[in-house]
Ligand binder design. Structure first.
Ligand SMILES: [Cu+2]
Length: 371
């Protein structure tokens, strides 16, 4: 089991073969760790990932900071799809031709396992909404209709200055913490929508209850930053990372499953699967040293690239003007080139992979060795 975004010891990271042995059916493994950062996180298995996540094994973790402001309500939303056919039975988890493109979409869309759930919240109150995109494929563009909303944290890390939510891309693996100022009138509703694509749809609704608390969104102060080291750019070593399509390698058999195809590569190497004898690391990093990852998406598809064990800051990009707070997952846009700064402050083998699970499992995976 992997604890997405938590900067914890390598032995607790949950990557089969690389950080721990396979946990056989009926067997057990105790995960013990102290989370160093507060915020919204999640967890999922890293073995037979497409099937296990597709069948429901994704959950959220909230790490509270005692200094956090108290809100009038808090609502946690886990967004994901299901591939279900007639009668609600699971259908094939992917189509190869889609795995070689943007990934295979689910047929049923849910928040917290429900279709368009409705939640009550205090009228005129400030509600903290913690949202995680845990689907294996879908990239959301979320918008809230019916109430002013501030973005206070992205991928668990507070933004320096909360800003109004207009439209926010949320890719597999990413999280957003929003503060919603509920309408004053009892029964009035606020709608969370996915507006990506040409047919927007409702994810969830929130309904005002009781007499208005008359709170003011301008009272929301920035949350306390997590203790993430900033890279020393004058001393940093540059590491180019090219994300490409490939047809070069055949996958190896693995206890943790293979989709049977290779479509993607990092620096021309396609990950063969979770084997006892993995490929060489993408780079050897020295503990405590600063690095700049020069990532380049040389494909026409978006890839949410996730790094385990360490957080990074997006320093520059040819595709974006807003640079978010430190993160563990960057949604690399088609043809995007970006620089990511990080301090290698966690010992071990840390995997880097696309969080569209079909891409992860068909080659777009690698790892860093920190010593
Ligand atoms: Cu991808």
């Amino acid at each position: 089991m992997h604890w997405h975004g938590l900067r914890i010891p390598n032995a607790m990271d949950g990557v089969p073969e690389l950080t721990q042995p396979y946990v056989y059916p009926g067997d057990g493994f105790d995960y013990a760790f102290t989370p160093p950062d507060a915020g919204t996180f999640w967890y999922h298995p890293h073995c037979n990932t497409l099937t296990q996540m597709g069948h429901g094994l994704t959950g959220m973790i909230v790490v509270e900071n005692p200094d956090d402001p108290v809100f009038d309500a808090e609502i946690v939303l886990n967004l994901r799809d299901w591939r279900l056919g007639a009668g609600g039975a699971f259908i094939a988890p992917f189509k190869p031709r889609d795995a070689a493109r943007g990934g295979t979409y689910g047929t049923v869309r849910t928040a917290n396992w429900q279709q368009e759930p409705e939640y009550d919240a205090p009228a005129g109150g400030l509600v903290r909404l913690r949202i995680a995109a845990t689907d294996v494929t879908r990239i959301y563009s979320i918008a809230l209709e019916g109430a002013p909303t501030s973005v206070v944290a992205l991928d668990a890390n507070p933004v320096e200055t909360p800003f109004p939510l207009d439209l926010l891309d949320l890719a597999p693996g990413q999280r957003a913490d929003l503060v919603v100022r509920m309408p004053d009138g009892e029964g009035e509703t606020v709608t969370l929508r996915n507006v990506r694509g040409n047919k927007p749809w409702t994810i969830a609704t929130f309904r005002s209850t009781g007499a208005s608390l008359k709170r003011d969104l301008r009272d929301v102060v920035p949350l306390t930053a997590n203790p993430i080291a900033e890279a020393d750019l004058s001393m940093a070593t540059r590491i180019p990372l090219d994300f490409t399509a490939t047809a070069e390698h055949a996958p190896s058999p693995s206890l943790c499953g293979t989709l049977g195809y290779t479509f993607w590569a990092i620096n021309k190497v396609a990950w063969p699967g979770d084997t006892p004898d993995p490929v060489s690391p993408l780079a050897e990093l020295k503990l405590g040293k600063s690095y700049v990852l020069q990532v380049a998406n040389r494909t026409p598809h978006a890839h949410p690239i996730h790094l385990h064990g360490m957080s990074f800051r997006i320093l520059s990009s040819n595709k974006r003007t807003f640079l978010p707070p430190p993160t563990d997952t960057i949604l690399l846009l088609p043809d995007e080139r970006a620089e990511l700064g990080l301090v290698a402050d966690n010992i071990g083998d840390w995997i880097l992979h696309c969080h569209i699970i079909e891409h992860q499992k068909t080659g777009m995976t690698g790892y860093f060795h920190v010593a």
